[in-house]
Design a protein around this ligand. Structure first.
Ligand SMILES: [Zn+2]
Length: 148
């Protein structure tokens, strides 16, 4: 049994700064999965929740802001519960502007509102913290009178 000496100074992979090609098409690799569930803070109610129960909003490289349903788009992200109430709060308070450090443009706001209305129409199945016994509300295209 020979005590094998590890040759000193084995270069560890440098932290961060992995030069990643910006192609966005490398989905063939299995990403390593840490065991713990990633948690994020909802920018509206400030509650921490598992990433999967939150919806990501991303500031794209181009400076637009959009709902990122894949959760994998490049750019700065903010998270909101899949609950229209949180989106209302975020829209009212400008939480997304603050979190994303950008002024969300009108077109993007419209898209975000549309998504919020979608949430209002489909009962969120994942929100565990607020047990709503009464899921009886038909959200049938409420005529939203937008005052702007
Ligand atoms: Zn929330």
């Amino acid at each position: 049994m020979a005590a094998s000496d590890v040759p000193g100074g084995a270069p560890k992979s440098p932290p961060g700064q992995a030069a990643r090609g910006n192609s966005g098409r490398n989905r063939g690799r299995a990403t390593p999965r840490p065991k713990r569930i990633p948690e994020r803070t909802c920018v509206a109610c400030r509650q921490v929740a598992g990433k999967r129960t939150l919806v990501r909003v991303v500031r794209t490289v181009a400076g637009g802001v959009e709902v990122d349903l894949t959760g994998r788009k490049n750019g700065r992200g903010a998270y909101l519960h899949a609950d229209p109430a949180c989106w209302d709060v975020a829209l009212r308070r400008g939480s997304l502007n603050a979190a994303l450090k950008v002024t969300v443009g009108e077109a993007d706001l419209a898209a975000i509102r549309a998504y919020r209305n979608e949430l209002a129409g489909t009962a969120p199945a994942t929100v565990a913290e607020l047990p709503r016994t009464d899921s009886n509300d038909h959200a049938e295209d409420a005529p939203t009178a937008t005052i702007e």
